[in-house]
Design a binder for this molecule. Sequence first.
Ligand SMILES: CC(=O)N[C@H]1[C@@H](OP(=O)(O)OP(=O)(O)OC[C@H]2O[C@@H](n3ccc(=O)[nH]c3=O)[C@H](O)[C@@H]2O)O[C@H](CO)[C@@H](O)[C@@H]1O
Length: 360
Amino acid sequence: MPSSLNVVIACGGTGGHLFPGIAVAEEMRRRGHTVTLLISEKKVDAQASSKYGDLDFRTIPAIAKPATFSIKMVPFMAKMWQTIGQCKKILKELNADAVLGMGGFTSLAPVYAAHKLGLKSFVHDSNALPGKANRLTSRWCNAVFLGLEEASSYFPNSKVVITGTPVRSELTKLPSRDDAAAKWKLNPELKTILVMGGSQGAKQLNTVVATTASAMPDVQFLHLTGNRDFDRVNELAAAHPNHHVVSFCDDMPSAYAASDLTICRSGASSLSEISYLEMASILVPYPYAADDHQTKNAEVFADAGAALLRQEADLDSGSLLADLTQILFESNQLAEMAEKSASIAIKDAASQICGAIESA
Ligand SMILES: CC(=O)N[C@H]1[C@@H](OP(=O)(O)OP(=O)(O)OC[C@H]2O[C@@H](n3ccc(=O)[nH]c3=O)[C@H](O)[C@@H]2O)O[C@H](CO)[C@@H](O)[C@@H]1O
């Protein structure tokens, strides 16, 4: 491949695809390559990418495969076919050398288009149980980059490179705890829990956290509810000054820097960030995630002793209160979990991915 590459990174659909894609884009640019990111037209992509005005973004249609094989497959296939055509045009116009898909059916179209045009193509999967789109896409790829070793049995051995999942560069340098606490109007002296309810609906988790916060006045909660549940949780939190509610956080470095422990879904980007930042966590997998892949992700962390795995169906404020009291006040568990969390991280993931693309 030429020494200066035109690389296209398809990373639309969710924060879990977008942020690792941005991290690779930043590293590619640092190495002197030209990068274009393909994102979807969804609001979440627009919201999350708006901070990265110096990167080149283009939109392509968001594509989700119907959950079951039904008549809905017909418009899905038609949209896929049309988007592949659109992607071929974009790749030719950009004079692309290589395409990296970060997962989901939205990135299948650009990777397939690259394959048809004879370009180098790659896919990254960050989950312990890889998605269907990536398993399909991988057959057209030169290499498959994996966030977690547990996923490797789903792909041909010869294509697999364990790279880890990159975190955004802004997370590589956190503000001080005092500055971060000031930003969120928190007391830096108090133990602080970061709760990431998630964009996909976490009503029960959010409610349990609100009740638990009311029973722990000496602990602070910085609670990211997602846009949909903000008004309801904000109302529940109104009577409790230790419960700080935010809908979408566009300053994750200070959210993490202000916190001692995270309660969150076990989406792969959240997990890569937590381990990169060497934090302990309580993981509550999103129960409706495809093939329950979030439980598989959480198991990697729980088995390593880095996290407690709690299924949403079993979660109530009594058990969460007991877990938090034990971790924060009755043991050395917080420090031990943080150490185990650090041991899972692959801190130079973006660099490993760029190096593998350069040398393909
Ligand atoms: C419901 C579902 O199927 N989610 C999947 C989706 O990730 P999904 O995007 O839901 O979740 P992830 O944990 O992977 O990523 C969330 C990202 O959003 C950021 N964040 C969060 C809250 C906020 O207010 N501000 C903010 O910036 C987090 O720091 C993180 O970078 O794709 C991932 C990668 O395939 C999967 O592992 C997840 O299981």
